[in-house]
Design a protein. Sequence first.
Length: 249
Amino acid sequence: MTTSSERPASGGPPRAAASRRGLLRTAVGGAAAVTAGAWALDAPDASAAPRRRPRPATPEEALRELSAGNRRWRAFREKHPHETRAVRNELVSGQHPFAVVLGCIDSRVPPELVFDQGLGDLMTVRSAGEVLDEAVLGSVAYGVLELDIPLVMVLGHQACGAVSAAVHADETGATLPAHIQFVAEQIKPAIDRSLEGAARIDATITAQVRLVRARLAAEPDLAARIAAGRLAVVGARYELTSQAVHAIG
């Protein structure tokens, strides 16, 4: 409940809510600086930082940039962009990434490498099997709603261990250790039972990407931006054997 002392006379949002919003921008936006081992809580707001580098501004431009970067990666012609001293200094005052990549935790699929992107280019969110929970959803939403990112990509990959474990548990009835069982339960609706063996696992990897992409696209705040043409939520898959990323419809 909001008291009268918390509500501005102008009829705007409550001061307490505005304060919390500002704190979120500072803490998550990366604008705080570390000085003598302590966080500087009065660092500049990330949203107010000037944009010194052009970035893809539309979903189409963002997809083209990711595609070009993956072509460089698989041809061993990486640029390793945006790692200079000037870029590092620029990013102290704020960030303006052009895409959110929700990928698996697999160590063989780091998005910044497979798309040949640099500091400040991507906001990466990673969970086993691209599984969604409130923390993952909140992280994706932050990138879109607070940083105005125009593209969200759900990136699955060949030979996903989380999917393999979920399929095995489903087939055998085994209970997985600790919190890994939660991951398996979230992947279970994507299991393709029309296939067997390795083919079932491979098809489930793709189905899980589609399932997560659809769920994200149905989130009301994200759906509104999609309808307005300001956001695209897409699915893709990385092949370990070829290092290529391809779209999943």
